[in-house]
Design a binder for this molecule. Structure first.
Ligand code: SF4
Length: 103
């Protein structure tokens, strides 16, 4: 069943009422990549760090179909954020120092 759609920031049709089961797989991954692109740059690691993190995930036995078996995250989503770290007891990549201004 189709959900409610609207134009997202990247001009893509974004479904606001669909479960994953209701979305076409290619639409889901396009939406995921669009979401990553639209995250505030201050919250994201730079490209070099991102690729190093993803290289660790690619070589990891806990990566299954783009998801981390330990945390259940899509690793491309988890690895882009400075505040995130690999969830292993002995992490394969670390969080970056993040300065959060809390007033
Ligand atoms: S986040 Fe860590 S545990 Fe998960 S797939 Fe990547 S390297 Fe492996």
């Amino acid at each position: 069943m189709a959900g409610i759609t609207e134009k997202g920031a990247a001009g893509l049709r974004v479904c606001r009422k669909c479960l994953l089961a209701d979305m076409k797989e290619e639409d889901f991954f396009r939406t995921l990549r669009s979401h990553i692109r639209n995250i505030d740059e201050d919250l994201k690691v730079d490209h070099t760090v991102y690729e190093k993190r993803l290289d660790q995930c690619r070589a990891c036995d806990d990566l299954i179909s783009g998801m981390c078996r330990i945390c259940g995250c899509y690793v491309e989503m988890r690895a882009i954020m400075k505040k995130n770290a690999c969830p292993r007891v002995h992490p394969k990549w670390q969080k970056e120092n993040v300065c959060m201004n809390i007033y």
